[in-house]
Design a protein around this ligand. Structure first.
Ligand code: CAA
Length: 696
């Protein structure tokens, strides 16, 4: 018999120890092992109870996600759980670490559950585009009531041990080693002659208005369907026997398994872990970083300093004057007050972060001993070069020198120092203490251990760190510039910003591009356009309506008006009536007769532009793999997670059709729509982007 499940008799108790590192996923070998060990326990003379306990980090992290999308292998999890629950022996789950998805469902199949205080339970299947598929929707409501069960399932959140006890998911919480705690609990049950207590036999709680709950959950899902299907699965418990409910749950689970949403979300799950696995960094030790400096205390610099403080680093923040330093401190204080209010840090942490850990300075000499510097000053090459030359003069040897520039050439910045190997880009997204994305921009001379240090810092700050090469805009902003241009072209040709936002929000973006522009501030794009025009890089179809808006002082949310009017607050936006006349003036000046755009065409063109530019970014090596682009768009640009990312979406849509459309659009504008060579190559070879993820 395999060692994946250890077997041991301790008095009357058969102890089944799960050993499937790193997280005890319920692979086929684990399922078979549990089944066989249950048989063994039942055949073991004198055994009165079974205790299931996990070795290592978790009880069970759930089904083995790597098996999804392939033919499922027996024994199937629902059958195993039924087999456990039906055992004549008393079965107890002794839980620690996480018990998630199928892992919690195994525990719900046991007759009792005891956990240590640090344990967490949850049914996170919705985050994989699924519902609990092994009885979770049928058993959990019998313990907690319908509404708490639906809240746990539709949010997919982790529930701490004490809360799980209050919700009756757990029968007891005891401190100690899980095995010892479990054995003591089983002994207690046996000595008081406790009966088996199959959850499936418990009465159903009061029903709810299922249609209303389904509709509300669907609306909340912003296009994601699996949370709403949790409601239908729980409802099915009320339609017949327990077995009927299980069958209905399984059908919904298997139907969702076939969806693009399941594929997209599982792609996201593995990709967000794969982004920081880079072959060239294997075995490369990062430099030690305990104390950093941030240059510039504007919104970005203060956000970066906040993220650093929250991750336990000491921070020196350099500003030009005492007044500017005080303003920077105020911004950091406001950010940290938010973290305190949301319970992310304790009052003691808060005090320490604003006390010893943070020092505002105005003199570069104060930075002599820091381990890493992040420059976040005005986006101007001359200014950046001056900052880096000064850093070069004062920082200790081995100090990592990073720029937070969002588009400038890191190699040129590095040349302002005598140590280009120590220089790299660390491109944060605003607000830097909230947004998860970090682009680690690798210059031509950036040393491997400097790059490894960038990734280590990202991990410490709990960011999704993606390697990017040097080009104007790196991965994200370069692709953004292209799909924004596509949107601008559609506006000139007849679509309104409001139609475009509505179409893309229906596609699943958190916000359409014009609502995003209003949030970011229209003055940012205005400054970039002015710079590009001054450099002779004006776009071929240079519209002026956005400049006119800025000239009127309409910078978006911060001035109360941009593309939208925010008189009713940030959440209630209505189109700004000044916008369409400005657009119409541009169309008239350019001799354009506007035409209608259906929402489908808006989405198709916008996505085609995004995918085409993304393919160029991968083809040129700016992004290592398609999945790197996908994670940048997911974590930095509000791309809907359930679609996996633009290149996963493109694979699922079909690359040949997309290339045909791009070629068709190229008849209108041959330069803008020039097909990416990589896209043409993949289509010619009958391959898809995901094939490259596996190769690189
Ligand atoms: N299946 C396969 N591999 C898994 C896994 C799973 N369920 N959960 C985690 N892993 C892998 C990760 O991919 C990672 O592998 P690499 O080291 O090769 O990248 C490794 O285990 C460690 O995971 P993390 O890096 O995420 O470690 P962590 O400590 O930060 O988090 C965790 C651990 C909380 C368990 C987290 O991995 C997680 O949330 N996992 C997913 C849990 C989940 O969704 N379970 C439900 C599965 S669906 C189901 O069970 C359906 C059903 O009803 C039948």
């Amino acid at each position: 018999m395999s060692d994946v499940i250890g077997y041991e008799r301790v008095g009357d108790v058969a102890v089944l120890t799960v050993r499937n590192p790193p997280v005890n996923a319920l692979s086929q070998a684990v399922r078979q092992g549990l089944w066989d060990r249950m048989d063994q326990a039942e055949a073991d003379a004198g055994a009165r109870a079974v205790m299931i306990v996990g070795e290592g980090r978790a009880f069970f992290a759930g089904a083995d996600i790597k098996e999804f999308g392939k033919p499922l292998l027996a024994p199937f999890l629902p059958d195993l759980i039924h087999r456990i629950e039906a055992s004549p022996l008393l079965v107890v789950a002794a839980m620690h670490g996480v018990s998630l998805g199928g892992g919690l469902e195994v525990a719900l199949g046991c007759h009792y559950r005891v956990a240590v205080p640090g344990a967490r339970v949850g049914l996170p299947e919705v985050h994989l585009g699924l519902i609990p598929g092994a009885g979770g929707t049928q058993r959990l409501p019998r313990l907690t009531g319908v509404e708490p069960a639906l809240e746990v399932m539709t949010s997919g959140r982790h529930v701490g041990a004490q809360e799980a006890l209050r919700l009756s998911i757990l029968d007891a919480v005891e401190d100690g080693d899980p095995r010892t705690v479990g054995l003591a609990f089983v002994d207690g049950l046996l000595s008081r002659g406790a009966a088996r207590r199959p959850v499936s036999a418990l009465p159903l709680p009061e029903a709810i208005d299922w249609d209303a709950a389904f509709a509300a959950t669907l609306a909340k899902g912003r296009g994601q369907i699996s949370p709403a299907w949790c409601v239908r699965a729980v409802e099915a418990a009320y339609g017949g026997s327990f077995a009927d409910g299980m069958q209905a749950e399984r059908k919904i689970f298997m139907d969702l398994m076939e969806t693009d949403q399941r594929q997209g979300m599982i792609h996201a799950f593995f990709s967000e872990r794969a982004v920081s696995h880079l072959p060239e960094l294997k075995g490369v030790a990062p430099r030690d970083v305990a104390h950093i400096a941030v240059i510039g205390g504007g919104t970005m610099g203060a956000g970066i300093a906040t993220a650093a403080l929250l991750s336990g680093l000491r921070v020196h923040l350099l500003e030009m004057s005492a007044e500017a330093g005080a303003a920077a401190r105020g911004r950091i204080e406001a950010n940290l007050a938010g973290a305190l209010k949301r319970g992310k840090i304790s009052a003691d942490d808060h005090a320490a972060m604003l006390g010893d850990a943070l020092e505002i300075v105005t003199d570069y000499a104060a930075l002599a001993q820091v381990d890493l510097v992040i420059e976040a000053v005005f986006e101007d090459m001359a200014v950046k070069k001056e900052v880096f030359a000064r850093l070069d003069a004062v920082c200790k040897p081995g100090c990592v020198l990073a720029s937070n520039t969002s588009y400038l050439d890191i190699d040129e910045i590095a040349q302002a120092t005598s140590r280009p190997g120590d220089v790299l880009g660390l491109h944060f997204f605003s607000p830097a203490h909230v947004m998860k994305l970090l682009e680690v921009v690798v210059g031509a001379q950036s040393a491997d251990d400097v790059v490894a240090t960038g990734f280590a810092l990202g991990q410490r700050m709990k960011k999704i760190s993606v390697r990017a090469g040097v080009c104007d805009g790196f991965i994200g902003n370069r692709i953004l510039a292209t799909y924004r241009t596509c949107a601008d072209h559609m506006i000139l040709d007849g679509a309104s910003p409001f139609e475009i936002d509505a179409a893309l929000e229906a596609f699943g973006f958190a916000m359409g591009p014009f609502a995003v522009a209003d949030l970011a501030g229209l003055d940012i794009g205005w400054a970039v356009r002015k710079r590009k025009r001054a450099e002779g890089q004006a776009p071929s179809r240079d519209a002026t309506y956005a400049d006119r808006l800025c000239e009127h002082g309409h910078f978006g949310q911060k001035t109360g008006r941009g593309y939208y009017d925010y008189a009713g607050g940030a959440r209630t936006r209505v189109p700004n009536p000044d916008v369409m006349p400005l657009i119409e003036a541009d169309r008239a000046r350019m001799g354009i007769t506007p035409r209608d755009f259906a929402p489908e065409e808006i989405v198709r063109r916008y996505m085609a532009a995004m995918v085409n530019e993304a393919a160029k970014v991968v083809g040129e090596g700016i992004a290592r793999r398609p999945l790197d682009v996908d994670m940048v768009l997911l974590f930095g640009y509000g791309f809907p997670r359930y679609r996996g990312g633009p290149l996963k979406w493109a694979d699922m849509e079909g690359l040949p059709g997309l290339l045909d459309d791009i070629r068709r659009y190229a008849a209108e504008d041959v330069d803008f729509w020039a097909p990416a060579p990589l896209l043409e190559q993949l289509v010619a070879e009958g391959r898809c982007f995901d094939d490259l993820n596996k190769e690189r």
